[in-house]
Ligand binder design. Sequence first.
Ligand SMILES: [Zn+2]
Length: 267
Amino acid sequence: MHKFLFIILLFIGNAHALERTIHITQSLNYDARKANISQKTVHNIVRIFSWKIDFNKDLKKGDRFIVVGNKGASPSAIIYIGAKKRIAVFAYTDKRGRIGYYDSSGKTLYPSFAKSPLKYSRISSKFQKKRLHPILKTWRPHRAVDYAAKQGTVVRAVANGIIKHNKYMGALGNVVYIKHGSNYTTVYAHLSKFARGLRPSSKVKKGQIIGFVGSTGRSTGPHLHYELRYKGIRRNPLTWQLPRQKRVAKYDLKRFQKRAKAILRSL
Ligand SMILES: [Zn+2]
């Protein structure tokens, strides 16, 4: 009798940690459908992991995503297993009742953003719908912030990301584009030169020097033209609500990590 009850409990316990695996053979969308994973979960996977994985480049045949939890509900964990790395995130409900995904150290994969790529500088032109262009002498939008700074002042990445490109591009002069996750791109223009070793696809950390203030391209004097793009649209870097990394509450961390370990062990 007791043994029987134990087996039932064991069964319930297992059902709780139901897992499904997406084996990458063609694309995340295709293989998720084959694994019976909802479109919503696929969206979540891209949203969460694109801070660490470039879905266009990094995802390889043979990679796997393990989705832990009951169908229909928010997964209790999602684990990416690639040839080179493994990234695991676990659901955690914050004080306000919002479910988020945190790594085993209790941090979200998305980073915090600095407001400005320069320290101690003066804003010489704000984000505005109409501005008399100093060279073209026409009224046009300025969807960026310009910082006046001395030639050669260091310019830093506002958040962790991947260099999309760094090259000379007409009016923007020497410019660096950094991708942060799937939705954000930051742009740093008119640079005198790039930081050494900077090249497309290289990873940068928040605060890392990426170049130096200059006046290349269409520019009247040394300054940094800085753009923040969200889903391809230029937003005001001074007012836009930027991502801020979240952590599991301190009093919950031990419990959270214990649960994370238990989930990993059960796979
Ligand atoms: Zn500008």
